[in-house]
Design a protein around this ligand. Structure first.
Ligand SMILES: C[S@@+](CC[C@H](N)C(=O)[O-])C[C@H]1O[C@@H](n2cnc3c(N)ncnc32)[C@H](O)[C@@H]1O
Length: 339
């Protein structure tokens, strides 16, 4: 969309929000428009507002939860864990080993409307909240908002009794999978596994012959991305969350996923950045996803090869479920129930 129509659409959206401030869809739409304007931070904040409203709707239904939990303690535990895993508890003071991954944001029309004249640069805490850097010490690079998204999806899965394990393909230091396991523990689920899939030696070299989209996306030189399985196991242990519900798939996705002993999944979280890594995961896992389960794509808006793989896979398999933004980069969709 051109800049002027975008501004007008944003203006309309803000007016609609003023009239209907509890409607998450309006914030979701605003986030989409801000993202198109290049306002990564503004979009992430709007998506967060949408998520907060959805959380309220979910907790309004919490008497329906069929599992036993002391909800206040559960929330407090999970909140503390999110802050620890992302290093937000220490104001993201660990710094980055690789600076911002977001493309340089433009001042969006919303910011103009808010009469903010300064060019904005997210603070370290904001970068960490929305997963915009590669942190030095934090256990995950995904940021609090994406952990909130994992929590939301997990709660819906548990509440609706959707069968299946959770998996992340591309775990780095393991933080997101540690959090998946924590949510299961917090809600007393002792039957689902969390599958932890990674090479544990960093990114593969792009195979540009077979996957031309990956040609200019070589991250294999980044030592920062190579975290051993032992280190990840240790990270689980630190949080008291390593037990036989945690299952490691060590090696390249193309080798581990085709024969992985997984029966059924309810949450698939893709974080392998490349076309090849994303497509391998979708090809070998999507058929195992229960109706009502979730696919989360960490890099949809920040890694073009990943977006292409997702779009091609969805087109080929006629997947039309709505793609919902989480922040400036991540999205998710919920697999429809068969009609
Ligand atoms: C961006 S990091 C994942 C970040 C992580 N989800 C977190 O919470 O911080 C990408 C990871 O994907 C892994 N990876 C990417 N492509 C892969 C492939 N084809 N096979 C195995 N591992 C892969 C890398 O080793 C790396 O650990």
């Amino acid at each position: 969309m051109e800049k002027e129509p975008l501004k007008a659409a944003i203006h309309q959206c803000i007016e609609a929000i003023a009239k209907d401030p509890k409607n998450p869809t309006l914030y979701q739409d605003l986030g989409d428009l801000q993202r198109q304007c290049g306002d990564a931070l503004g979009a992430s904040q709007s998506y967060r507002s949408a998520r907060v409203l959805r959380d309220h709707q979910l907790s309004a239904k919490k008497s329906d939860l069929h599992f036993q939990s002391s909800v206040d303690n559960t929330d407090a535990y999970l909140d503390l864990l999110k802050k620890s895993l992302t290093y937000q508890l220490w104001d993201a003071s660990d710094g980055s080993s690789y600076e911002m991954r977001a493309s340089k944001p433009l001042i969006s029309a919303v910011r103009l409307l808010q009469r903010t004249k300064e060019f904005f640069k997210p603070s370290s805490a904001e970068q960490r909240e929305f997963g915009m850097d590669w942190p030095s010490k934090a256990y995950t690079m995904v940021g609090i908002e994406r952990l909130n998204n994992i929590e939301y999806c997990a709660k819906v899965i548990l509440q609706d009794g959707i069968e299946g394990d959770f998996i992340e393909t591309g775990v780095w230091r393991g933080g997101s999978t540690i959090f998946m396991r924590a949510v299961l523990k917090a809600y007393g689920d002792q039957k689902r596994s969390v599958w932890v899939a990674d090479s544990f030696e960093g990114m593969p070299k792009p195979n540009a012959t077979e996957y031309p989209a990956d040609k200019k996306f070589d991250l294999s030189m980044w030592k920062t991305l190579a975290v051993s399985a032992d280190e990840v196991r240790n990270n689980f242990k630190r949080f008291g969350l390593l037990n036989d519900q945690v299952k490691f798939l060590e090696g390249w996705f193309s080798e581990t996923l085709p024969n992985a002993p997984i029966d059924q999944l309810s949450m698939i979280r893709l974080d392998g950045d490349l076309y090849e890594s994303t497509m391998d995961a979708l090809n070998h896992l999507y058929a195992k996803l229960s109706p009502g389960g979730f696919v989360i794509v960490d890099d949809y808006h920040c890694a073009e090869p990943c977006k292409q793989a997702v779009n091609n896979f969805r087109k080929k398999h006629q997947i039309t479920e709505e793609i919902i933004g989480v922040d400036w980069s991540a999205v998710y969709w919920r697999k429809a129930n068969k009609s």
